[in-house]
Design a protein around this ligand. Structure first.
Ligand SMILES: [Zn+2]
Length: 297
């Protein structure tokens, strides 16, 4: 039985290594230190119970393997647990994952943090292309320094300024600005320390293709009037009188907000300092799903 289990474990490890290889080196092996593709095979690493191909870079003369400079490098946690963690992190708490994977909470916490940080880097590079019909809206999330559980309050009433439920980062209720491209359904969240029209325009500049034709849709909140002065086409929903006027609406943003709130509740209270990386995590899983065909049962 023991040998069978050992054999099974090493074959799972091999599968995991192959998956990393396919994802990382789809365009060929390159050196993680200097990015050179001038590399040669250089023996094997088998410290982990599985043989891992080692390489040497002809350019910088460093040696590496497929895990070098990834979140998996030097980790005592088996790769299959990392993979399970990545796939379940979107919808489960760290406490649950530590029990499910039978690892210490501190390890699960560190793994989740590393995963969120690489996902944040990737999502931070997201650029919208083509004709962009960009809905923009903001929401506020109660999240203190240690996190707070009171995330499931009813949505704010529209149209009444006094009830906009605006908060600030300092008051532990940071604003999240949401972008949804109606054409691709791609979604982005930005946790802003200081909410302003300029900040929104700055984010648009960073995350949209310079060649794109962009039409923006927002509600009547004053800061969005800056979009026009910045040269963007701007269509405004007036929530005081109507919910949506033809194609002038921000329903996609409202939808993302209604999904992000419960997502954060599952995370059992998120500190405002980690809020961006959690929002990125949601964004990552959401945008990944857009690529998959919907299954009809
Ligand atoms: Zn190199």
């Amino acid at each position: 039985m023991k040998t069978e289990k050992k054999h099974y474990n090493s074959s799972v490890k091999k599968d995991c290594l192959e998956m990393i290889e396919k994802a990382r080196w789809k365009d060929g092996v390159f050196c993680p230190y200097c990015k050179s593709q001038e590399v040669v095979k250089n023996g094997w690493d088998d410290s982990d119970g599985v043989k891992v191909q080692k390489y040497m870079c002809k350019h910088c003369e460093k040696t590496f393997n497929v895990k070098t400079k990834t979140i998996f490098e030097n980790s005592k946690i088996p790769l299959q647990k990392w993979f399970t963690m990545i796939s379940l992190l979107g919808t489960n708490s760290i406490l649950f994952l530590s029990e499910f994977l039978n690892i210490a909470y501190s390890n699960a916490y560190r793994m989740a943090k590393k995963i969120r940080s690489v996902i944040s880097v990737e999502e931070g590079k997201r650029i919208l292309h083509g004709d962009i019909e960009l809905e923009i809206d903001e929401m506020y999330i109660s999240s203190g320094q240690k996190g707070e559980k009171n995330l499931d309050r009813p949505p704010r009433k529209r149209g009444l300024r006094a009830n906009r439920g605006r908060g600030t980062f300092e008051k532990d209720k940071p604003a999240i600005v949401t972008f949804v491209d109606r054409n691709t359904k791609e979604t982005m969240f930005f946790v802003l320390e200081h909410l302003s029209g300029d900040y929104v325009i700055d984010k648009m500049g960073r995350h949209t293709d310079k060649e794109s034709k962009i039409t923006t849709y927002t509600d009547e909140y004053k800061m969005y009037s800056k979009l026009e002065s910045a040269g963007y086409q701007h269509k405004v929903v007036n929530h005081s009188f109507e919910y949506a006027n033809g194609n002038i609406h921000i329903n996609n943003c409202e939808n993302r907000h209604s999904l992000l709130r419960p997502f954060l509740v599952i995370k059992r209270g998120v500190s405002k300092y980690n809020l961006q990386s959690y929002a990125n995590l949601f964004q990552f899983f959401f945008n990944q799903d857009l690529r998959k065909p919907k299954v009809n049962h």
